[in-house]
Design a protein around this ligand. Structure first.
Ligand SMILES: C[S@@+](CC[C@H](N)C(=O)[O-])C[C@H]1O[C@@H](n2cnc3c(N)ncnc32)[C@H](O)[C@@H]1O
Length: 271
């Protein structure tokens, strides 16, 4: 069954501000895979579960036409507000019913989103809309992050992991699919041409303030905030204080490096 957790307007505005684009290494993997199966120019790409558009914008240099879809009207409103690219459009629609013609799409992507979908229905829909040899790319980072700063990385990562433990009671059961590296989603892909690439570690420089904002986009934090708003806000204040103390700095505008572990599933529809 599909799960709906990203509906709030404030959550969507945090998304627009703090979510990052898919790492270059993951982008290269997808477009190299595509390049081995389809010839350029590429026509049409659909990014399903597009949120506020961070994962949709990476498609711009490659496609004539791009559609981002999401089940949450608040996320689509944010994505559309920030959109100034004429060949990109956004619309509210469930992953399981994409409003495009059959055999019309060269690439379907789902970034940090497919674990929320009703997966069998989604795969049926992908099969309906992909052109022969069209590609599917499902990818995500795994919540197992490391926080690096000078010689304080171990302590900072420990604080982050303690925070994750605290948020664990608010974790949706679908997050298990992410933690197990999308193995179940991979097995369910109905094509023989498919591969799963795991353990792609990527490094992302970001300000501590942005990292604290990113934590607040997590579905488990949002659920914590909904049920215990006072404690959730205190959690962020305490985490910020602990990070600053360990780093020995007074400003959250200090750059840290976040290391992410990514997994990517790639598949291609038969001819
Ligand atoms: C973690 S966000 C990822 C957003 C974006 N792809 C990114 O990389 O920042 C997951 C998104 O999937 C959307 N979503 C969840 N279930 C969905 C469904 N069944 N159909 C379409 N979108 C869905 C949510 O509304 C949310 O915007």
């Amino acid at each position: 069954m599909a799960t709906r957790l990203f509906e709030g307007k404030t959550h969507a505005s945090y998304y627009q501000k703090y979510r990052f684009s898919p790492p270059q290494e993951v982008q290269d993997l997808i477009f190299n895979y595509m390049g081995e199966r389809l010839s350029k120019p590429y026509g049409f790409a659909v990014d399903v579960g597009c949120g506020t558009g961070q994962s949709t914008r990476i498609l711009v240099p490659y496609f004539e036409k791009i559609l981002g879809t999401d089940i949450s009207p608040a996320q689509i409103e944010e994505a559309s507000k920030a959109n100034d690219i004429p060949n990109v459009t956004y619309c509210v629609s469930p992953a399981e019913e994409v409003p495009v013609d059959e055999c019309s799409v060269d690439l379907v992507t789902a970034c940090a989103a497919a674990h929320w979908f009703s997966i069998e229905k989604f795969y049926k829909e992908v099969d309906r809309i992909l052109k022969p040899r069209g590609c599917l790319a499902i990818f995500t980072y795994i919540p197992d992050m490391e926080v690096h700063y000078k010689d304080r990385s171990e302590q900072l990562t420990k604080v982050f992991k303690e925070g994750q433990k605290m948020l664990a009671p608010y974790e949706n059961e679908k997050v298990r699919l992410v933690k197990t590296g999308y193995k179940d989603l991979f097995d369910a892909i109905p094509y023989t041409d498919k591969k799963r690439v795991e353990n792609m570690t990527t490094k992302m420089p970001m300000l501590l303030s942005d990292f604290l904002g990113l934590i607040q986009t997590f579905s488990m934090f949002q659920d914590f905030l909904k049920h215990e708003p006072k404690k959730a806000k205190e959690f962020i204040v305490t985490t910020e204080k602990r990070f600053l103390e360990i780093m020995g700095v007074s400003s959250t505008e200090t750059e840290i490096e976040v290391r992410l572990n990514n997994v990517c599933l790639l598949a291609s529809k038969p001819k």
